[in-house]
Design a protein around this ligand. Structure first.
Ligand code: PLP
Length: 396
């Protein structure tokens, strides 16, 4: 056995520090709950919302990206905090309407929309960002001069970087209007906003600001601009050690918006679409150890859950690393084994892993195995491939 501090930074996956109240709640639920489940710490979600809502720039609107979590209780919590929502599909539009969000609180951005979808979004009163020239033509044919935003691929204006999950700008990206397409729209009075999405899980605020500035160079093309939508992408450090530098980000994005508003001669609305950062750390995925296989150079821990119920590692096998807590008889086990350990799901699917090649405490059958940073892109990415049921979700 080696000490946690010695290796936790050097290896993927680290110990999840379970707070007492959370541990108590998990133990309480697991007395009756046989299957795996999620628990969220509400206060974390609220705190993240407030950090964005306190950015000292007005006018602004902060839209939670519901692809990260569409649970109705989650939506209720962020709504109580004063957040708005960003959706990228009609079912999510319906879900947020059901949760009480009004048209002017909703941003819709998608790609390859059919006419029916455009009609539904138009009727909803949501603010829409279109993805291509032909989508814009369709919109104008259907709704004339109804204002609309465009998603801009500013890749030609910056040194585009691959972020987690690949390129979202630049020639590698399928999304948004290219530089030439944007220029061809010069003077269009129907375009009321510019949107970008730089990438996901970014900690480097210089990169954000460089991209935002690049978007700002397009302002002179469009006389009727009301907003700049800088998308999401705010990172969560997998180990939980380095928080996103929110204070510096708030200051710099506010300063930039003031400058750009001055340039155009009226206040531009700042729109942000944070997803992962809002509930990521609040969420815990709780499973139970059902098997342990010792091999000469590695250990496999089997649990009563499948990666289809905790799908981030399935969608992002190269990057998804979640901190782990192992709880035995009500107490967290903290001694980390020096053997490479993987956590696998209870199916025969060869890729059914919840975590690979981490250093974890040695587990025993019957222990609880809890994965942290599980509040975003986990339950919302549930798939019924393999037939496991969607885990229940609880809020502390
Ligand atoms: C357009 C857009 N905005 C916001 C988000 C949320 O991103 P994140 O969870 O990285 O903040 C996404 C996620 O893919 C997106 O596509």
């Amino acid at each position: 056995m080696v000490k946690e501090e010695m290796i936790a930074t050097a290896i993927p996956g680290s110990l999840l520090q379970l707070e007492n109240r959370m541990l108590k709640k998990i133990l309480e639920i697991s007395e009756n709950e046989r299957g795996p489940f999620y628990v969220y710490r509400q206060e974390d979600i609220r705190e993240q919302c407030r950090k964005f809502l306190q950015i000292p720039y007005y006018p602004k609107s902060i839209h939670f990206a519901t692809m990260a979590n569409i649970n109705p209780d989650f939506l209720r919590i962020i709504r109580e905090e004063g957040m708005h929502v960003f959706v990228n599909s009609i079912p999510h539009l319906r879900a947020v309407q059901q949760a009480g969000f009004q048209g002017d609180e909703i941003v819709f951005t998608a790609s390859a929309m059919d006419e029916d979808s455009m009609g539904i979004v138009h009727e909803s009163g949501a603010s829409l960002n279109l993805d291509s020239i032909s989508q814009l033509r369709t919109w104008k044919r259907l709704f004339g001069d109804a204002p609309v935003g465009i998603r801009c691929n500013i890749g030609q204006l910056v040194d585009a970087q691959a972020t987690h999950a690949g390129y979202f700008i630049g020639k590698e990206s399928r999304l948004g209007f290219s530089g030439e397409e944007i220029r061809s729209l010069q003077g269009d009075r129907g375009i009321n906003g510019l949107h970008i999405y730089v990438g996901t899980d970014i900690q480097n605020i210089d990169y954000f600001l460089t991209c935002y500035r690049a978007l700002g160079t397009l302002l002179p093309y469009f006389p009727k601009l009301e907003y700049l939508n800088f998308g999401g992408g705010f990172g969560i450090d997998e180990s939980g050690r380095d928080a996103f530098p929110m204070a510096a980000y708030s200051r710099r994005v506010s300063q930039l918006m003031k400058e750009l508003s001055q340039k155009v001669g009226h206040p531009l609305r700042l729109v942000l679409e944070p997803g992962r950062i809002i509930g990521g750390k609040a969420g815990h995925f709780v499973s139970r150890v059902t098997d342990v296989k010792e091999r000469p150079d590695r250990t496999f821990i089997g649990v009563n859950a499948s990666s289809v119920q905790f799908p981030r590692p399935l969608f992002y096998p190269d990057i998804a690393r979640h901190p782990v807590a192992i709880v035995r008889q009500g107490k967290q086990v903290r001694n980390i084994s020096d053997i490479s350990t993987s956590v696998y799901g209870c199916s025969t699917y060869s890729r059914d892993f919840l975590l690979r090649d981490a250093r974890l405490p040695a587990a025993e059958i019957g222990d609880l195995l809890i994965l942290g940073n599980a509040g975003s892109y986990c339950t919302s990415a549930f798939t019924d491939f393999l037939g496991f049921s969607k885990p229940k979700e609880y809020f502390l």
